[in-house]
Structure formats: structure tokens, C-alpha cells
Design a protein around this ligand. Structure first.
Ligand code: NAD
Ligand code: UDP
Length: 318
């Protein structure tokens, strides 16, 4: 049994990680300020002796008495509507101060720490598909910069703590992931389209819908995250984690309308500034090093996610 601390543990990915690692027999310390996370995401764990919840903002230092073996740093607003607007500065603070505070905690406990980085470090990529050695095309003063540059700075901090402080690090770059425990209202495309379709509201495509994304089902992602965390000490990443199946946003909308049998109509809205035009991970490194590739294709993953949102559609505020 390991003692594992997960920041962002009541969010979408963090709660899936808490559940999986708990089920594997570990002691979980879930840390979150519930900015976008919800206690209901971890409700099945709340009364368990091997599960602790600490309400904490990772912009502040954190002391833990128990000896921690591993830290998964997942706390950060992640959907564009959550990190743009009035929470932009807080997003950079969470990425940067949060990384420093969690790296200091890892150093003190001699714990391995894994950073949830993102495909957004590649910005609006000029290399396609994106490989780990691509340095990206990010607008440093645009409305996505609080997230993209915050995450880039966090990667830099991770590698400096590794080089200069001897901290064991792992950096994964997560591409668009979807599935159970997504927030119906956080505005990401998969949850938004499904909830719009299920409630008969217009499906809002931003731009002409020709931009692409590659969607990974959450269970596949959790598999590779845990493999990376438990890899040999010399492996730091960065490593792309995602599903290389690439779809236009219009194709996604059509698929969801067809699967839900919805009468919703598609409407077109302005494309937000700096919205990446294409995104697909090159996952050769994950295949070679971990013999991993996603098993759940978009159709199957959407069916599971639609079933989840059917149960929770009352939460959608539209
Ligand atoms: P989410 O919004 O569901 O989860 C983020 C969690 O972090 C929430 O529970 C939120 O309350 C918490 N949080 C935010 N700021 C905090 C702070 N200052 N202190 C403590 N807790 C704080 O988003 P998610 O999709 O689960 O994303 C989790 C992580 O994975 C993020 O770091 C995100 O950047 C990264 N990521 C996610 C995706 C994806 O497709 N889901 C893709 C790339 C990277
Ligand atoms: N998008 C859309 N309609 C929505 C939500 C998102 O057309 O209701 C588009 C968005 O402009 C982007 C893509 O879908 O091109 C993915 O958006 P999301 O917010 O899920 O993730 P990210 O932009 O961070 O990849």
C-alpha cells in the first residue's frame, strides 16, 4: 500500500484517479479547494478509512505529517471558460505557485511527483501530429496564455527541481479527455454537446467546426498515468498521453446528435481567440516505452459518457 496525494482530487480526472488508486489498495489523500471540483465526485470514498480529504488551495504551502510516497499534481482550472475571464490570474498562480508548493512537498517527503501538463503547451501547433520535442506555438499575451504559459512554467519548474534538487519527477502532456465525472457546466466540448443534445438545446459550434481535436476516454488515460508514475526513476517524460483518433468539431456534433437521437439543431458562434486549429498526439513514445495505446474508441466512449449524463442531466444549466 502506498500513501498517495492527489491535488485536484475532486475534479474530473482527479476523482477518477482517486477511485482507481483507492481500488488498487492505496491510501489516498485528496487535496482540493473545490473551485471546479465537487465532493459528489468522491462520495463513494468519503467514509473509507484509506481516504482523506483536505480542503486546501495549492497556491499555499501544504504540510502533511504522514510519509507520502507519490504526488499527482492535477489541481488547475482546465476548461477554457474556467481559466479565461476573471480567473485568469488565479490560473497562472495555481500552475506556478501550486507547482512550487507541491515540488517542495515532494522534496521533503522524497516522493515521486507527476505533473498533469497539457497539449496546450504546443499552443496552435504548426507540427502535426505533435511530438514531445515540438516546442510549440503559444501566444504569450493571449486569452489562453494564463493556462498555456502557466503549464509551460510548471514544466520548467519540474525539470529544475529534478536537476537542482534531486526530486523524482514525471511530466505527462494530456490531450483532450472525456468521460464519467465531467462537469456538465464547465463548457468543454464533449460535455457541452452531450448536455445540449440531451436537453434539446441548440448545439453551439464555435467557428465553422473544421478545427480538430483527438479525444481520449478517461479509463485509457488513467491506465497510462499510473504506468508513467510507476516507471523507472530515470524516466521523467515529458510524454504525450491521448488518443490519436482525430475528429473535426462538426463531426463530433453530428455523432452526438445521431447517438442521442436529439432534435437539437447546430448553430454557429464566433471562434474564441487563439483556439487551436488542429490537435493530435504522436503517441510513439507511450507505445514504445509502456506498450500502451488507447483501447476505447470515440463511439464506445461517447456511449458511456452519454449514459452518465443521462443520469446527471438535471445538473446542466445550459
Ligand atoms: P477539473 O476542473 O475537473 O479539475 C481540476 C481540479 O482542480 C478541480 O477539482 C478544482 O477544484 C481543483 N483546483 C483548481 N484550482 C485549485 C487550487 N488553486 N487549489 C486546489 N485545487 C484547485 O479539470 P480536469 O479535466 O480534471 O483537469 C485536471 C488536470 O488535468 C488539470 O491540471 C488540467 O490542466 C489537466 N489536463 C486535463 C485535460 C482534460 O482533457 N481533461 C487535458 C489536459 C490537461
Ligand atoms: N467548442 C465548440 N463548442 C462548444 C465548446 C467548445 O465548438 O460548445 C470547440 C472549441 O472552440 C474548441 C474545441 O471545441 O475548438 C474543443 O474545446 P474544449 O473547450 O473542449 O477544449 P480545448 O479548446 O481546450 O481543446
Amino acid at each position: 500500500m502506498k500513501i498517495i496525494l492527489i491535488t485536484g482530487g475532486t475534479g474530473f480526472l482527479g476523482s477518477n484517479l482517486c477511485t482507481r488508486l483507492f481500488d488498487e489498495g492505496n491510501h489516498i489523500i485528496c487535496v482540493d479547494n473545490n473551485y471546479t471540483g465537487k465532493m459528489s465526485n468522491v462520495k463513494s470514498l468519503l467514509d473509507k478509512p484509506r481516504f482523506e480529504f483536505i480542503e486546501h488551495d495549492i497556491c499555499q504551502p501544504l504540510n502533511i505529517d504522514k510519509k507520502i510516497d507519490q504526488i499527482y499534481n492535477f489541481a488547475c482550472p482546465a476548461s477554457p471558460p474556467a481559466y479565461q475571464g476573471k480567473h485568469a490570474i488565479k490560473t497562472t498562480m495555481t500552475s506556478v505557485y501550486g507547482a512550487i508548493n507541491m515540488l517542495e512537498l515532494a522534496k521533503k517527503h522524497k516522493a515521486t511527483i507527476l505533473q498533469a501538463s497539457t497539449s496546450e503547451v504546443y499552443g496552435d501547433p504548426l507540427m502535426h501530429p505533435q511530438k514531445e520535442d515540438y516546442r510549440g506555438n503559444v501566444n504569450p499575451i493571449g486569452i489562453r496564455a494564463c493556462y498555456d504559459e502557466g503549464k509551460r512554467c510548471a514544466e520548467s519548474l519540474f525539470f529544475d527541481y529534478h536537476r537542482h534538487e534531486g526530486v523524482d519527477i514525471k511530466v505527462i502532456r494530456i490531450f483532450n479527455t472525456y468521460g464519467l465525472n465531467m462537469d456538465a457546466n464547465d463548457g468543454r466540448v464533449v460535455s457541452n454537446f452531450i448536455c445540449q443534445a440531451l436537453s434539446g438545446k441548440d448545439i453551439t459550434i464555435y467557428g465553422d467546426g473544421s478545427q480538430t481535436r483527438s479525444f481520449c476516454y478517461v479509463d485509457d488515460l488513467i491506465d497510462i498515468i499510473i504506468k508513467v508514475m510507476n516507471s523507472d526513476k530515470n524516466f521523467t517524460g515529458p510524454i504525450n498521453t491521448g488518443n490519436p483518433g482525430e475528429f473535426t468539431i462538426k463531426e463530433l456534433a453530428q455523432k452526438i446528435i445521431q447517438k442521442t437521437g436529439s432534435k437539437s439543431k447546430i448553430i454557429y458562434k464566433d471562434l474564441p481567440a487563439d483556439d487551436p486549429t488542429q490537435r493530435r498526439p504522436d503517441i510513439s513514445l507511450a507505445k514504445e516505452k509502456f506498450n500502451w495505446e488507447p483501447k476505447i474508441e470515440l463511439d464506445e466512449g461517447l456511449d458511456k459518457t452519454i449514459a452518465f449524463f443521462k443520469e446527471n442531466i438535471h445538473e446542466f444549466r445550459g
